[in-house]
Design a protein. Structure first.
Length: 507
C-alpha cells in the first residue's frame, strides 16, 4: 500500500504524552453514540405502544437518524478539519446531550421523528472527530492500530451496555428514560475533554464550501429516501423525483469537488484501492446486518416474551465477541494479511446470519447466542482493520474528511439496510391472517398486534398473537437470508479488492 503519511521526526511526535488519557475521552463519545443506537431498538416496542406510529412511521423513527447523519458526516468531518476537531467534538457532544432530552419527552410520532433527525445533526460531529483525533494523536502505526481497536471495542461495548442499562430503565421507568442516560456521559466527556484533548486542524484548509454541504445533504437523503419509499410502497413519481434530485445533487457534488482548490472531500482519496475497498466493505456489511440488529430486540421481547433487561443481556455475546476481536485485529492483520482478516471476518458473519434463517418462535438461546457471538467476532475483526486501513491511507490533515467517509458508509449502510431488510420483515408481516374484528393497527407492527390482542377476547387475542408472531419470524428469517448473501458476497469482494494491502509497522 502506498502511504501518504509523513514520517515522525522526534520521539515526542510519535509518543505524545497523555495520549491514552485523551483516548479515554474520545471513546466516551463513541459510547454515547453506540448506547443511543442500541437503546432505540430496545425501546421500540414501548414507543410503538405509547405513540402508536404507523409501520412507515416506525421505520422512519428507526432510520431518520441514519439518513441525516449520513448526509452530514462528510460536511462535519471537513468542518472539523477546518475549525478544529476538539472544538467540533465538544460542541457536538453538548448538543447531542441536549437533544436527547427532546427524544425522551417526544409525545407524537412526528415529534419523535423530528427529534431523531436533530440528533443526527449533532451525531454527525462526533464519530469523524474521534477517529481524526486518534489519527493525529497516535503517530506510531502499532499504537494507532491498538487505539482504533479500543475505539471499535468501545462502540461494541456500548451495544452491550445500552441494552442492559436500557432494559433496567425500561423495567422501572418510562421509555424516555433510556435517552436520558446520554446526559451524564456527555457531561463527563465535555468537562474532561476540555482539559485533556489536544486541538488539531488542517493548517491550510481553505474555505468551507456551503454549496458542497447542501449538495451532499440533498444527494444522500434524496437517494436513500427513494430506496426506502420504493421498497415500501413501490415506484411512484414523487420518490422517483426525489431519487433523481439526489442523484443529480451527488453528481454535481463530485464534479464540484474535482474543480475546487480546497474541496470539502478530496475525491482523489478513492484512487487508493485499499481506501475504496475498505469503505465499500463497511457499507455492505452494515447493510446486511442492520435488519437483524433493528428487529432482534422485538423478536426477543414480543415473540419470545423476554423482559427488556433479559433481552438486553441476551444480545451480550455479539458485543463480547466484537470487543475481543477488535483488540487483537491489528496484530492479526499484520501476522496474516489485511484481506485474510477482513474477508474471513465477513464470511463468518455471513455464515452466522445464514444459520439464523432457521429461526422460529421457540429457538433456544444456545443457538441464538452462538450465532450472535460469531457475528460479533467477525464484525470486530473486519471493522477494526478497515478503519485502520482508511486512516493510514490519508495524510493526517485530511483525517476528518477520511473518517467521515468511513462513518458515512456505516450510516448509509444502516439506513439502506433498515429500509430494505426492514421492508422485507414488514412486508411479510403485514400479510398474516387475522381473526375477525382485528384492528387495522395490528398489521402495522408487531407491537400494534400485541396492543390489539390485549383488547380482544382471550381466544381471538391468542389467535391474533400466534399468527402475528409467526409472520414476524418468517420475515426475520428471510431478511437474515438476504443479509447472509450480502455478507458472503462482500467477503469475496474484499478478498480480491484488498489484495496486497498491509498495515504499517513503523512511523
Amino acid at each position: 500500500m502506498t502511504s501518504t503519511l509523513q514520517p515522525a521526526t522526534t520521539t515526542e511526535a510519535v509518543k505524545r504524552p497523555g495520549r491514552w488519557t485523551a483516548l479515554a475521552v474520545l471513546v466516551l463519545a463513541v459510547l454515547l453514540v453506540a448506547v443511543d443506537a442500541t437503546v432505540l431498538g430496545l425501546a421500540t416496542p414501548y414507543i410503538s405502544e405509547d405513540l402508536n406510529p404507523s409501520g412507515t412511521q416506525l421505520l422512519w423513527i428507526g432510520d431518520v437518524y441514519s439518513f441525516v447523519i449520513a448526509g452530514l458526516l462528510v460536511s462535519m468531518g471537513s468542518l472539523g478539519d477546518r475549525i478544529g476537531r476538539k472544538r467540533i467534538l465538544l460542541v457536538g457532544a453538548t448538543a447531542f446531550g441536549a437533544i436527547s432530552v427532546l427524544n425522551a419527552y417526544a409525545s407524537t410520532p412526528e415529534l419523535m421523528i423530528l427529534a431523531r433527525a436533530l440528533l443526527g445533526v449533532a451525531g454527525a460531529t462526533l464519530m469523524p472527530a474521534t477517529l481524526a483525533l486518534i489519527r493525529n494523536i497516535f503517530h506510531d502505526p502499532r499504537e494507532r492500530s491498538l487505539a482504533v481497536g479500543i475505539w471499535g471495542a468501545t462502540a461494541s461495548a456500548g451495544t452491550a451496555v445500552g441494552p442492559i442499562v436500557g432494559g433496567f430503565l425500561l423495567e422501572h421507568f418510562w421509555w424516555g428514560s433510556v435517552f436520558l442516560i446520554n446526559l451524564p456521559v456527555m457531561a463527563v466527556l465535555v468537562i474532561v475533554g476540555i482539559r485533556t484533548l489536544p486541538e488539531s486542524r488542517n493548517p491550510n484548509p481553505g474555505p468551507w464550501d456551503l454549496t458542497s454541504v447542501a449538495l451532499s445533504l440533498v444527494g444522500v437523503i434524496g437517494v436513500v429516501y427513494t430506496v426506502k419509499e420504493a421498497a415500501t410502497d413501490g415506484l411512484a413519481w414523487f420518490p422517483l423525483a426525489g431519487g433523481a434530485l439526489g442523484a443529480a445533487a451527488l453528481t454535481w457534488f463530485v464534479r464540484r469537488q474535482l474543480t475546487l482548490p480546497s474541496p470539502l472531500l478530496d475525491m482523489r482519496l478513492f484512487r487508493n484501492r485499499g481506501f475504496s475497498a475498505a469503505v465499500l466493505a463497511d457499507l455492505l456489511t452494515i447493510l446486511g446486518l442492520s435488519g437483524l440488529v433493528f428487529f432482534l430486540s422485538q423478536y426477543l421481547q414480543l415473540v419470545q416474551g423476554r423482559g427488556p433487561l433479559e433481552a438486553g443481556l441476551a444480545e451480550l455475546p455479539a458485543a463480547v465477541g466484537a470487543v475481543a476481536a477488535g483488540l487483537v485485529a491489528g496484530r492479526a492483520a499484520r501476522r496474516f494479511s489485511v484481506r485474510a482478516v477482513v474477508a474471513g471476518g465477513l464470511a463468518a458473519v455471513g455464515l452466522a446470519l445464514a444459520a439464523l434463517t432457521a429461526l422460529d418462535r421457540s429457538t433456544g438461546y444456545g443457538v441464538l447466542g452462538a450465532a450472535l457471538l460469531v457475528v460479533g467476532v467477525g464484525a470486530g475483526f473486519s471493522f477494526t482493520v478497515t478503519a485502520d486501513v482508511i486512516l493510514s491511507s490519508v495524510p493526517k490533515e485530511q483525517a476528518g474528511a477520511a473518517s467521515a467517509v468511513s462513518e458515512t458508509a456505516y450510516e448509509l449502510g444502516a439506513a439502506l439496510g433498515i429500509a430494505l431488510l426492514g421492508t422485507i420483515v414488514t412486508g411479510v408481516y403485514r400479510g398474516f391472517a387475522a381473526p375477525a374484528g382485528t384492528p387495522s393497527g395490528a398489521h402495522e407492527s408487531l407491537g400494534g398486534a400485541v396492543e390489539a390482542a390485549a383488547g380482544m377476547p382471550t381466544a381471538a387475542g391468542g389467535e391474533l398473537l400466534s399468527s402475528a408472531r409467526e409472520a414476524f419470524v418468517d420475515g426475520l428469517s428471510i431478511a437474515s437470508g438476504v443479509g447472509a448473501g450480502v455478507l458472503l458476497a462482500t467477503a469475496a469482494a474484499a478478498w480480491f479488492l484488498l489484495r496486497g494491502q498491509r498495515l504499517e509497522n513503523r512511523p
